[in-house]
Design a protein around this ligand. Structure first.
Ligand code: HEC
Length: 134
């Protein structure tokens, strides 16, 4: 009985490690989950940071690597690094966004697995086309 209970606990903690859950807990207080390009003007005043779909699109476009798998690796690595070390030297956001919101505060308490899962989710979950659709 004890074993079944332990297995259940470990299964549920494994399942809890998904990108959206980590995003909601760690990032959503500043980053909106999604704002469409055409709704930006009317939503802008209420934002504390760029929305995550816009960030995903921007970094994917800025990092130009021909091979899809290496592109994914480069974007995910950038996101993981930026969360720990946000920087005036390396930000990819719009200059106007940085002037308005300032540089993001560093988030250093995530485990390697959590930041990997989160960065993969930011890459895989959002698509450039979806953001640009009306
Ligand atoms: C306290 C508010 C706050 C929290 C919490 C926060 N961010 Fe940010 N984030 C910002 C601001 C402001 C910017 C825009 C300025 C900049 O790029 O540093 C930003 C920018 C970013 C960028 C774009 C970096 C670039 O190239 O300019 C990424 C990626 C990012 N955040 C990821 C995350 C993730 C992932 C989390 C959750 C683990 C998170 N942020 C939590 C405020 C926050």
């Amino acid at each position: 009985m004890k074993y079944i209970f332990l297995v259940l606990i470990s299964l549920s903690s494994l399942m809890a490690l998904d990108g959206r859950t980590i995003f909601n807990k760690e990032c959503a207080s500043c980053h909106r989950y999604k704002v469409k390009k055409y709704d930006f003007a009317k939503e802008k005043h209420a934002l504390k940071a760029p929305p995550m779909n816009e960030i995903s699109r921007r970094i994917k476009k800025r990092i130009k690597v021909y091979f899809e798998d290496i592109h994914r690796f480069a974007v995910i690595s950038f996101i993981k690094e930026y969360i720990k070390h946000p920087s005036f030297d390396y930000y990819m956001c719009d200059d106007k966004a940085v002037a308005r919101f300032g540089i993001m505060p560093a988030i250093t308490h995530l485990s390697e697995e959590e930041s990997q899962t989160l960065a993969e989710w930011i890459y895989d979950h959002y698509s450039i086309e979806e953001y640009e659709k009306k």
